[in-house]
Each structure stands twice: as C-alpha cells, then as structure tokens.
Design a protein around this ligand. Structure first.
Ligand SMILES: [Zn+2]
Length: 258
C-alpha cells in the first residue's frame, strides 16, 4: 500500500500571461554612498552612467539609499531586497577600499555569486576615481560615472567581460581618459545587445519568482484513507467552484510510505 500525494498549484490567470509582450530593458540601481561622495558629484556620476547605458538601449532608475537604520523608514523604496533587476552599487570609502582591494591598480570590482545566480553587487572606489580625475584635470563625477558604468557592465555581461575596446577595456590610459573626456567611451554594440538580453532574462526570472511568491498557493493533499480517484476528483471540483482560479494538478507518488 502506498499513499498518494497530490500537489495542486493554484495560480491566478494574470500570472500565466507574464513573460509575453515587450521585453523591458530597465534596471534599478540601489546606491549606497559609503564614501560620503558629495551630492553634486553623485548627480554627475549617475547622469554619466545613465547616458552611457541609454546609448545601449538600457534605462537605469537610481535609488539613493540610506546607510543607517535610523533613516530606513524615510526611504521605503530601498526596503526591497536587491535582485536580478535591482542591482546594488556600493560607493566605498578609502578605508573600505583598502580592505577589499584585489589589485593595486583596481578602481572597483563586481561580485559574482558562487552558485552562478545573477550577479547583483558592484563596488567602486570613489577616492581612487577622484585622485585619477584630479591628476588629469577632470571632474570626479565624470570619472566615477564611467567607473560605475564599467562595474555595472560586469554584472550584466558576466565574468571575464573585459574587452579590447570601449568602456570594458582596462587599464585606462591616456587614450581612454581622453575618450572619457570626449564622452566617447561607451559599450560596443555587441556588449549592449548582450546586456539587453541579460536584462530580459533577469526580468523574466524576477517576475516568475515574484509571481511564485505572491500569486501561487501550493496545497499538498495527503490521502491517508485510500479514497477512490473519483472521490478525490469530485472533492477537487467542489473546491475549485468555491475558489475559481486556475488549478494545475501535479501528482507525486510517495511509495516509501506505509
Ligand atoms: Zn573591470
């Protein structure tokens, strides 16, 4: 004798239509300004990075998020956890950068999860960007904005995404800094296309997990008294009439029981 376990996944019809229609190319970036970078620098940083992404057909919504628990309630939009389309940008102070710096000439780094889920956290070293900008008579926000675009690019392009040209090229020498000054340092069209594809995949995953967590109810049904299948089906039909949503029955036999 074995018990039959039936699993009914109950989902609203709207959830089933997700994934169709236009593919959004939009990301949100939560900004954590640990470096206390002045607001006018931050404004230019975000504007420069947004311009670079816009040229690649990607729109960025910036959310400047608080660092202290006391301020959290004033920023309700930041209370959502980062996810596939909600990236976290940490602008690190000099002391933080010194602790996490992986290479002497590094200006930031992106973090890649070991479980191969989507990368969502990028870090930039604001003080190093400022020093580089000053050495070359450039504005802090201009250099930091390009640095942010580069590190976010790592998140959206994946590991090993340095390139022989454009904004994913490293290191930044005189030629690259001149391109930044002239605002011609951008993603290649192939990179932009890869990022748009990646964002579409991230959006689909984010929506699916949102739908799964908010629009689905799983009912595990344990038949411990050996009801006949027709009796079980009748009970399900009755329940469906009371709760008129889409039912997706899946059967799982647990043959180890009993
Ligand atoms: Zn890089």
């Amino acid at each position: 004798m074995y018990q039959q376990i039936k699993i009914l996944a109950l989902g609203a019809v709207e959830a089933m239509s997700l994934g169709t229609g236009a593919v959004p190319k939009k990301i949100t970036v939560f900004v954590y300004n640990y470096a206390a970078t002045p607001s006018e620098v931050l404004v230019q940083t975000e504007a420069e990075a947004a311009r670079i992404y816009q040229l690649g057909g990607i729109e960025i919504q910036w959310l400047n998020c608080p660092l202290s628990p006391q301020e959290v309630d004033q920023f309700p939009a930041c209370q959502v956890a980062p996810g596939p389309t909600k990236l976290a940008l940490r602008i690190l102070s000099q002391s933080m950068a010194e602790r996490v710096r992986q290479a002497e000439d590094s200006f930031g780094f992106a973090m890649f999860p070991e479980d191969e889920s989507f990368a969502i956290i990028a870090n930039v070293f604001s003080h190093d960007a400022e020093a580089l900008a000053h050495r070359h008579g450039m504005r802090h926000g201009l250099v930091l904005g390009h640095l942010v675009a580069h590190e976010l690019g790592h998140l959206l392009l994946g590991a090993g995404s340095h390139s022989s040209q454009g904004i994913m090229h490293v290191p930044w020498g005189v030629k690259e800094l001149d391109m930044i000054r002239r605002r011609s340092m951008v993603f290649t069209s192939r990179e932009a296309e890869r990022m748009r594809t990646n964002i579409a995949a991230r959006t689909a995953i984010a929506r699916a997990s949102h739908a799964a967590s908010h629009r689905r109810v799983m009912i595990k049904q344990y038949d411990g008294v050996n009801l006949s299948l027709s009796e079980v089906s009748r009970a399900e039909r009755e329940a469906q009439e009371i709760f008129p949503l889409r039912w997706n029955p899946e059967c799982v036999d647990d043959r180890t029981a009993g």
